[in-house]
Design a protein around this ligand. Sequence first.
Ligand SMILES: [Zn+2]
Ligand SMILES: [Zn+2]
Length: 251
Amino acid sequence: MNFLGRAKIILGFLLDCLFPRCCVLCNRKTDGDEYCNLCPSCVAKIPWIKTARCSLCSRPMGDEIESNSSDCALVCNECRDDPPCFSSGMSCWLYSGVGRDIVLTLKYRNADFLANDISKLIKNNCQEVCSFAANSVLIPVPLHYFRRVKRGYNQAELIAHAVAKVADGSRVVNALSGKRKTSQARLKRTERLVNVKNMFECSNATDAIAKDSKIIVVDDVATTGATVRECCRILRMAGFIDLHVLTLSYG
Ligand SMILES: [Zn+2]
Ligand SMILES: [Zn+2]
């Protein structure tokens, strides 16, 4: 290790002694080793999706499993009635409790520094996500320009980079841009489906992506799936065929 590397470690140690790191969710002291901004107690409460889930939208499935054939991939009733134009989807945890708190903190509390912990969380708990995203092009759901300027970052892009860090051979490309700024957050399902139409367009960055690449659209939360469905529709119109979806949370 060179002099600068050693100096960085010593400075980090001194800063940690002077200003102990606290959990961004509950303000307890973190152990600082594994996760810098989340305490072990909050990490233990993350509601990882470990049960059987819909292979398309990642919705955890209970009763519906009975009616599905064991030979084919599980598909929930909603996806069967209205099939999306992507081939598969994956979510890490449920959008509830600590799972919801992490997403909201990332989104509304200028917590872009959480990205590193999210990367480690996925690596330590979601190896299936690392394999799913390997050798893919990760395309974040875009924010409208003004919203991005106001927030300073796009949380979907942070998540995409956090995944790229632990998924071999993957890269992040901002291939979509937002056309309108209407937020989906306060809308009902039917309103969301209408609102999201023509909300996005392909950016010049799509030209550099091979059309047969494995494309994964990345977002923070899948609620109705309207946003990721629309992103995939635009990408399909641009000629991409191998489309998938990854969201940090589902709910
Ligand atoms: Zn905590
Ligand atoms: Zn589904």
